[in-house]
Design a protein around this ligand. Structure first.
Ligand SMILES: [Zn+2]
Length: 161
């Protein structure tokens, strides 16, 4: 590194704040206090050994998921897991009276998951489902008057493979 480059770099360092370095004199911070929470941020209080500046180093909190109290990650129960081309299996018999009953254990592929419906094309031919091109379909509009669409779908379908 040339002298000029070094000077430029020092100038840059002095004009930028960096995590772990005193914002006043740029010395590395060695001792932090106990973290504190304020609104949805946290901070570590510190005192700079070199210049005695007292300050707080701040961090945002970012949501990363849920666990239970044992630390087990919680399964995503939303219908977002049934993306197109996802392989699924029926967890229970799914009745589409009077056309057919798709039996528990039947497997298929999600071919549609949009604002209106989720459609699963079954591997096996299912008599009575010809009109839907061998698909079982869950229509969101059926739940406009009550019931939980995503709960119904996740009761019927599980992701496999
Ligand atoms: Zn300092």
């Amino acid at each position: 590194m040339t002298e000029k480059e070094e000077k430029l770099l020092n100038k840059w360092a002095l004009s930028h704040l960096e995590q772990g370095y005193c914002p006043r004199c740029k010395t590395q911070i060695e001792d932090y206090g106990v973290l504190e929470v304020q609104d949805s941020c946290i901070y570590y209080p510190f005192t700079c050994k070199k210049c005695s500046f007292e300050g707080r180093e701040w961090y945002d909190l970012t949501f990363t998921g849920f666990t239970d109290t044992q630390g087990n990650e919680m399964e995503d129960k939303t219908i977002g897991v049934y993306k197109e081309n996802t392989r699924v299996e029926l967890k229970q018999d799914v009745e589409r009276y009077p056309h057919f009953i798709a039996k528990k254990g039947m497997k298929g592929t999600v071919i549609r998951n949009d604002d209106d419906e989720i459609a699963v094309k079954l591997d096996e031919k299912l008599i009575g489902s010809e009109e839907w091109d061998n698909c079982v379909v869950w229509y969101k509009q059926d739940f406009n008057t009550g019931g939980d669409f995503s709960e119904e779908v996740s009761n019927d379908l599980m992701v496999i493979e």
